[in-house]
Design a protein around this ligand. Structure first.
Ligand code: F6R
Length: 608
């Protein structure tokens, strides 16, 4: 939520800031702004709407001279997406400029306090209090003012700060919102995420909570909350720079769907050794695995949906009881956790505020935690006791596809390992499961190559009002994700239901022609779901079925059938989700929606 950048060095700052913001636009895109010190004054330009409006306004930054600046792309939390609420925000005489990602939770109290001291506010944002509070505490030393502000503000923040009286220096500080520092040859940078600096450097420092970075063109230093200088080692980022570019695809979402075979391979292959699952990276002994009493899988959105799938597998295959929780619920419901439980947090970004808070809640109760995370070095990856990375690379489209697929693979591997160690499956079964998993990339490729058929079908539904997704067991978990994909990018109302639940209320919504997408990949449940399809059809529904090759019985009940290749029943989600992703994508494209940046959403939800 919100992206911040900063640059100080020898080059003109504004074009670099705009370029960096373009890589962070996935974090928020309702307004943008930059501030640059031109040798006399800190000048700012802000614009509502997408970044391109700001780029046009400043001729791609050319109209803003100066070699030090900060920038912001916003996902509004406090105050509407207007020009006055866009960042950067200033103190009264515009000698201090601030960009912020996060939420200052006690901003109303601070605002009242500052207004009482004569400070005047021009925006509705929580961020503006930071600019005025810095002014209030600033005497001669920016560091002292920043430390005092850190003592007063509550909530989460990543801040980029410039003081007119200290030209050529940027200050950055974070608490519970991501922030990195890039060490470039021609200057130094700050950013909310790595893609924003990749064009300029691969040497990156990860700032920890409540640390402060001070950057000039030539130097970078770090300080702790007591103002003492601390040493930090840079990390080298080895991502392919093209990974964060569209590479000829119309949208990032399409590109990322096509990257799924590779993502699955990358997440799977390093963890298969000698025909067995090897997750030594977790440092979990067999005794520890055998001792697990219950798993608590905690996540948000699509990551939660992979957890729903994993519940069926951990329980069915490894016979370990599993609770799956939405992170926003888990953190406030005083959950019952036992000493030998394992909490698994799943997150692409590793920064989702609720997931991070759930992780901390579990840790504070002394429960072991394992993060399944995509972004290396992110907060959840750093704070979890153990981390299993999903090697999906940068995911830019707001709607997740490849990270979702990678999360499933990580969960399958854990389930197989746990099941084997606990004596629930034999070595032969492991070998057979792994063979099936290794076939997935090719099978996904095959499904993707069938996109024409799905595009054709999707074009018929661009003006649908409601779509329902139904299934049983793992097919219900797949339906949840299919439904989320459709509604988030095409804005068509859609719901997912356990097929057996329909007649307890929802079936009353079915009218002549209502599209129902049914998922039938679990052989022992085919007949049950087919009965539900028949009930739906007799109320006028048009039924699309996604099912396994060979299940021709469905053709008598459904109107349109998409077959997926044969795989083990535990892994069908990885295949059945592909046509559903494609369907959502083509409906959204057909409707002319902004597929990669759906309205009201942002990629990394760092506020609760
Ligand atoms: C939907 C989507 C979201 C995320 C959710 C969790 O397409 O991407 O539902 O899955 O916001 O995000 P992470 O995985 O970053 O914790």
């Amino acid at each position: 939520m919100c992206g911040i950048v900063g640059y100080v060095g020898n080059s003109q700052a504004a074009p670099i800031l705009l370029d960096g913001l373009s890589k962070l636009e996935y974090r928020g895109y309702d307004s943008a702004g930059i501030a640059v010190y031109d040798g006399e004054k800190i000048h700012a330009q802000k614009a509502c709407g997408r970044l391109k409006v700001l780029s046009e306004l400043t001729h791609d930054g050319a109209t803003m001279p100066g070699t030090a600046g900060i920038g912001h792309t916003r996902w509004a939390t406090h105050g509407a997406p207007t020009g006055s609420n866009a960042h950067p925000h200033f103190n009264q005489d515009e000698s201090i400029a601030v960009v912020h990602n996060g939420i200052i939770e006690n901003y109303q109290k601070l605002k009242k306090y500052l207004e009482g001291k004569g400070f005047q506010f021009v925006s509705d944002t929580d961020t503006e209090v930071v600019a005025h509070l810095l002014d209030y505490y600033y005497k001669e030393d920016p560091m002292e003012a920043i430390l005092r502000v850190m003592n007063r503000v509550e909530g989460s923040y990543a801040l980029g700060i410039m003081f007119k009286s200290h030209p050529g220096v940027l200050y950055a500080v974070r608490k519970d919102s991501p922030l990195i520092v890039g060490h470039g040859g021609d200057g130094n940078l700050i950013a909310s995420d790595v893609p924003a600096v990749l064009k300029y450097t691969r040497n990156v420092y990860f700032i920890q909570n409540e640390e402060i970075a001070v950057l000039s063109g030539e130097s970078i230093s770090f300080y702790n909350v007591d103002g003492e200088e601390i040493a930090k080692e840079p990390s080298t980022i080895d991502w392919d720079i093209n990974a964060a570019e569209k590479g000829g695809y119309e949208h990032f979402m399409l590109k990322e769907m096509y990257e799924q075979p590779q993502t699955v391979r990358d997440t799977l292959s390093p963890r298969i050794k000698g025909g067995m699952v090897d997750i030594e990276e977790l440092g979990m002994s067999d005794e520890e695995i055998r001792g697990i009493g219950r798993l608590h899988i905690i996540a948000c959105g699509s990551a939660y949906h992979t957890g729903m799938t994993a519940k069926y597998i951990f329980e069915g295959m490894a016979r370990i009881p599993v609770d799956v929780d939405l992170a926003s619920e888990f953190r406030y419901r005083n959950p019952i956790l036992a000493e030998n439980d394992l909490v698994i947090i799943i997150s692409q970004s590793g920064e989702t505020a609720d997931s991070l808070a759930a992780l901390r809640e579990a840790k504070s109760r002394g429960i072991k935690t394992l993060g399944i995370v995509n972004v290396v070095g992110s907060s959840i990856a750093r704070e979890a006791d153990k981390v299993m990375y999903t090697w999906a690379g940068p995911e830019i489209a707001v709607a997740t596809t490849k990270a979702y697929s990678a999360q499933l693979i990580a969960e399958y591997l854990l389930a197989i390992k746990f099941a084997q160690v606990r004596g629930e499956i034999t070595e032969q079964q492991v070998v057979s499961y792994l063979k099936d998993l290794q076939k997935l990339p090719e099978q996904i490729e095959m499904l993707l190559s069938n996109k024409g058929k799905i595009q054709h079908f999707a074009n018929r539904y661009i003006s649908a009002k409601d779509v329902f997704f139904v299934g049983r067991g793992i097919d219900y978990a797949i339906s949840l994700e299919g439904s989320l994909k459709l509604k988030e990018i095409s804005y068509i109302h859609s719901e997912a239901y356990a097929a057996g639940e329909l007649k307890h209320g929802t079936i009353s919504l079915i009218e002549e022609g209502t599209l129902v997408a049914s998922v039938l990949t679990q052989e022992e449940l085919y007949k049950k779901t087919i009965s539900n399809i028949v009930e739906l059809k007799s109320r006028g529904a048009f039924v699309l079925a996604v099912t396994n090759t060979g299940n021709t019985e469905i053709e008598k009940a459904a109107d349109y059938v998409i077959y997926i290749p044969q795989t083990n029943r535990w892994f069908t989600n990885s295949l059945a989700i592909i046509p559903l992703q494609l369907f959502s994508y083509y409906v959204a494209v057909g409707k002319g929606c902004d597929v990669d940046k759906p309205r009201n959403l942002a990629k990394s939800v760092t506020v609760e």
